[in-house]
Design a protein around this ligand. Structure first.
Ligand SMILES: O=C(O)/C=C/C(=O)CC(=O)CC(=O)O
Ligand SMILES: [Ca+2]
Ligand SMILES: [Mg+2]
Length: 399
């Protein structure tokens, strides 16, 4: 790879021509001007400039300061833009022009790439749900009776979704251990992570019109990495009977790069066998394989603590989308839904510290830095990189 030819990448580079994820960036000389870019190698291709200089029919969409107009434009446009970008980075005839529009990754600031509309978090790993059920409800069945009949989820707080790199302040709140007689107020002592995969909705749907399993590809634009920071002590005390609230809503971090669904075609895989029959609207036995072979890595302060496999998820993203709309609830451009904590069957495949330490801790300390990365197999032996989502813990306001 030559310094002078940033378009020449080694074949196994995770941000090669098969990946092409979208983000939003600014530069130091024009810090308030946010622009759409595509990551290629260790560079960002300025898509606003590319579209303007190449007379693209999509120049208006690509001149926006967020991905939302592109998300709303629908699948045909997503495919046309992706094809144009691929041509720009691979066709020798475009080489000189494209190279002039590349910025080194370390010379840009990355921003939250889309305006988050609604945010939903699911609970789709059987391993995670079983482990957490045992820890939180030792005297009950690990899986609740509904678990294999529907993808359980809750509506979260869209306004506190932050981009990778944003520091996370340890939340204050009410904590009450089982042995305490009364709750106390103060910093969470059981601050945790949840390694998840997020799905970004592009095409909206109409109120009252459910989206079937086959609608997944038309509505979902792409995928990001998610860390659903969770304060286990606040959560355990507050969430019966209505579910997660302040124990989760203080921050949810997402990767700066959104990987188009089409980049993950090669990674599609059958979900695990389901041992309980589902209702017809969730039955995906005749659908395209709903699983995705994504390999996640969880690092804390530079040390790898887990490798959760996304392919082990019981419920698929298509089933989650279908379930989310089956009551007639509509989708909005920019909706984000997260898979739920990704945990596999092995002890080194668990997606949160609660499971990794069997409920005992240690949990996160001030100053700890958590980084999730992931990749998926691509065509011809290539790798599709999903970028990273990272965040460092800052001390609580009260400390
Ligand atoms: O089972 C419980 O009581 C709690 C579960 C969680 O905290 C997990 C959650 O937020 C959903 C997920 O990410 O899988
Ligand atoms: Ca979660
Ligand atoms: Mg959270």
């Amino acid at each position: 790879m030559s310094e002078h030819h940033p378009l020449d990448l080694p074949e196994d580079h995770p941000f090669g021509p098969h990946t092409l994820p979208y983000g939003v960036f600014s530069t130091a000389d024009d810090p308030t001007r946010r622009r759409i870019g595509v990551r290629y190698g260790d560079h960002v291709l300025d898509l606003d400039a590319l579209a303007a200089t190449s007379g693209s029919p999509h120049a208006d969409l690509l001149a926006a300061p967020t991905l939302n107009p592109l998300l709303a434009a629908g699948r045909e446009t997503w495919q046309a833009v992706r094809e144009a970008v691929r041509t720009a980075v691979t066709d020798p005839a475009h080489r000189a022009a494209t190279e002039s529009l590349l910025l080194p990754l370390n010379a840009v600031t990355l921003h939250l790439p889309f305006e988050v509309a609604d945010y939903v978090d699911f609970y789709a790993s059987e391993h995670h749900a079983t482990n957490v059920g045992r820890i939180f409800r030792p005297n009950a069945d690990a899986l609740t009776p509904n678990w294999k009949h529907l993808p359980i989820g809750y509506h979260g707080r869209a306004g506190t979704v932050v981009v990778s790199g944003t520091p996370v302040v340890r939340p204050d709140g009410q904590r009450k251990a089982p042995a305490d007689t009364a709750p106390t107020f103060g910093p969470s002592r059981r601050l945790d992570i949840e390694a998840e995969v997020g799905f970004v909705v592009g095409t909206p749907s109409a109120l009252g019109e459910p989206v079937g399993l086959a609608g997944f590809r038309d509505h979902v634009f792409g995928v990001c990495l998610v860390n659903d920071w969770s304060a286990r002590d606040i959560q355990a005390w507050e969430y019966v009977p209505l579910g997660p609230f302040l124990g989760k809503s203080f921050a949810t971090s997402v990767s700066a790069w959104i990987t188009p669904l089409d980049a993950l075609d090669h990674a599609r895989t059958a979900p695990p066998a389901r041992d309980v029959p589902v209702l017809p609207y969730l039955d995906d036995s005749d659908a395209e394989p709903g699983g995705i072979d994504l390999r996640i890595q969880v690092d804390i302060n530079g040390e790898t603590v887990a490798r959760p496999p996304f392919s082990a998820m019981y419920w698929t993203a298509a089933q989650q989308l279908t379930h989310m709309t089956v009551n007639g609830a509509s989708l909005r451009t920019g909706d984000l839904y997260a898979s739920g904590t990704v945990s596999g069957p092995e002890p080194d495949q668990l997606g949160c510290l609660l499971e990794l330490t069997q409920g005992k801790g240690p949990f996160l300390e001030d100053g700890d830095e958590v980084t999730l990365t992931a990749w998926a197999p691509g065509p011809e032996g290539s790798r599709i990189g999903l970028g990273e989502v990272t965040g460092r813990i800052r001390p609580a306001r009260t400390s």
